[in-house]
Design a protein around this ligand. Structure first.
Ligand SMILES: Cc1cc2nc3c(=O)[nH]c(=O)nc-3n(C[C@H](O)[C@H](O)[C@H](O)COP(=O)(O)OP(=O)(O)OC[C@H]3O[C@@H](n4cnc5c(N)ncnc54)[C@H](O)[C@@H]3O)c2cc1C
Length: 485
């Protein structure tokens, strides 16, 4: 039931994936909702992130496959040299973005959400200011407010961008040209996905990573195998432990590389282009958080697991934040899940988010995915809670479907408690790893045990049997450990 004291029951600031899901869910449950967006409906994911990057990966992945004469020959297939049109590939991504943005906007309109275009900000408790592009400013009242303003590319000091020769993923997704030689700064999932796209389309890549190993955020065993295929097996020169201290746009782009410790220059490169993929910074500057005395942590808004904004560790009444702005597992499906949790709590259906069961994927060819704890986190938990950590590996080379596809380079690592069998985490590299991880994510969400899961029948022949094998091996270890094996 709407409260007539307020203009709206809920105002959401930011129409990215987090804001979209929150607004839609709230309107479908009878709330009078407005959503404020200063740029494009759909936010990063739809316009500058997941959607266009996956469209580019789909097209470039097909080029890679058709150009791999050695691989095709093993099937008895002889292909002619592959030709592609960069412009058409870029158009495929752009038209997909436009379609999804339109669909998403229509969905909100159909749900009865009021869409307001402009820059939103807080104006004290239960008040939101909005300034439209003509400078018209007004203040609206709302019973609850959700901040979902997301993030923007982070560009480290010393790196100058011009959007043409030195750019971030915001520009790279337009695929305006194909540099002969491109340096990618950062080897997280965005850097890896673009390295996959560029190398498939014939570009030479130099990957620059400041931390002491390339792919520092991935499981070390998974990285070993993935590195062999995704980096060593391609036209990529990877440099770890070096800092891109200075980057000057132009033709050529000049890069000064420095030793991470001493900051002394160790090398200089001249390349055609640079993609800066060094992480994302929260979009919290224009929110006037001071009007409510809210302090951020490096720009991120602190929240509890119900998505309430915290001030001095205590929840602020009627104020919520979801998505990248919270700095937790910065992914589109996290933002959406947080948005739904916030609204359920507003509706009185008290609920907390379960970060452990949220999967993550890198859509390289082949893919990398993970869910739950990393091995080092699991070890820490094991010593804290005094249990023995179990770990098994299941290989794609023993899987009939992977062998039939001639794609048998792959590994799954499963982490579990040896005392109870509870699944703690999984890390996969191999064909369709992004789809495979969901099965383990569901098991973690239900806190299921490998002894139970090992009895579940998997379709033959499918890649899912890689997981079945892991569950069966793990179950044996658990049974042995508790003396039933
Ligand atoms: C290249 C790339 C590839 C990615 N691939 C994937 C992937 O495959 N899978 C995945 O899960 N995630 C992926 N991500 C991450 C994903 O895009 C983000 O996690 C997700 O978009 C976060 O959603 P959000 O709603 O928190 O914020 P955003 O999507 O950033 O949306 C925030 C919105 O708020 C608006 N806004 C900001 N300030 C204001 C204001 N003051 N007033 C009004 N509006 C405002 C912004 O304009 C924006 O539209 C990718 C990201 C990038 C960059």
């Amino acid at each position: 039931m709407s409260d007539a004291k307020f203009d709206f029951d809920l105002i959401v600031i930011g129409a990215g994936y987090g804001g979209f899901d929150a607004a839609k869910h709230a309107a479908e449950h009878g709330l009078n909702v407005a959503i404020i967006e200063s740029r494009d409906m759909g936010g990063t994911c739809v316009n500058r992130g997941c959607v266009p990057s996956k469209a580019l990966l789909a097209a470039s992945g097909k080029v890679r496959e058709l150009a791999d004469a050695q691989h095709l020959k093993k099937f008895g297939i002889h292909s002619t040299p592959v030709r592609f049109e960069r412009k058409k590939i870029a158009e495929h991504a752009n038209s997909l973005v436009a379609t999804i943005r339109t669909n998403l906007t229509k969905t909100l309109e159909r749900s009865g959400v009021t869409i307001l275009k402009g820059l939103g900000r807080l104006e004290g408790a239960q008040k939101v200011g909005i300034r439209d592009k003509n400078g018209v400013d007004r203040v609206l009242t709302s019973k609850d407010v959700i901040i979902a303003t997301g993030s923007d590319p982070f560009v480290p000091p010393g790196i100058a961008t011009d959007g043409r020769t030195v750019f971030t993923s915001d520009e790279a997704i337009n695929l305006e040209w194909l540099p002969r030689w491109i340096a990618i700064i950062g080897s997280g999932y965005i850097g890896l996905e673009f390295a996959d796209i560029y190398t498939a389309l014939g570009c030479e890549v130099t990957m620059i990573e400041a931390l002491d190993r390339v792919m520092p955020t991935f499981d070390p065993d998974i990285t070993k195998l993935a590195y062999r295929n995704l980096i060593d097996g391609r036209d990529i020169d990877a440099k770890a432990g070096v800092l891109a201290k200075k980057v000057v746009p132009g033709c050529p782009v000049k890069i000064e590389l420095a030793d991470v410790e001493s900051r002394d220059t160790v090398d200089e490169l001249e390349v055609d282009a640079v993609l800066v993929a060094t992480g994302r910074a929260p979009t919290s500057k224009n929110l006037n958080l001071e009007s409510m005395g809210i302090e951020t942590v490096r720009g991120f808004i602190s929240v509890d697991d119900s998505m309430r904004v915290l001030k001095g560790g205590q929840p602020v009444p009627n104020l919520w934040a979801v998505g990248d702005i919270t700095g937790k597992l910065m992914l589109a499906h996290t933002a959406a899940a947080q948005g739904t949790v916030a609204v359920d709590n507003i509706l009185g259906d008290l609920r907390k988010i379960d970060y452990r069961s949220i999967p993550a994927a890198t859509f390289t060819h082949p893919e990398i995915s993970s869910v739950g704890l990393s091995e080092s986190e699991a070890k820490d938990l094991a010593s804290k809670e005094n249990f023995e950590l179990g770990s098994v590996r299941s290989y794609f080379k023993a899987n009939s479907k992977a062998l039939a596809e001639l794609e048998s380079d792959g590994l799954m690592k499963l982490l579990f408690r040896k005392d109870s069998g509870e699944v703690l985490g999984a890390h996969i590299y191999g064909l369709h790893a992004a789809d495979l991880i969901q099965e383990v994510a569901n098991a973690i969400a239900r806190r299921q045990c490998v002894t139970q899961l090992a009895n579940e029948v998997h379709t033959h022949p499918t890649l899912c049997e890689v997981i079945e094998v892991a569950y069966k091996q793990a179950s044996q270890q658990v049974k042995k450990s508790i003396g039933k094996g």
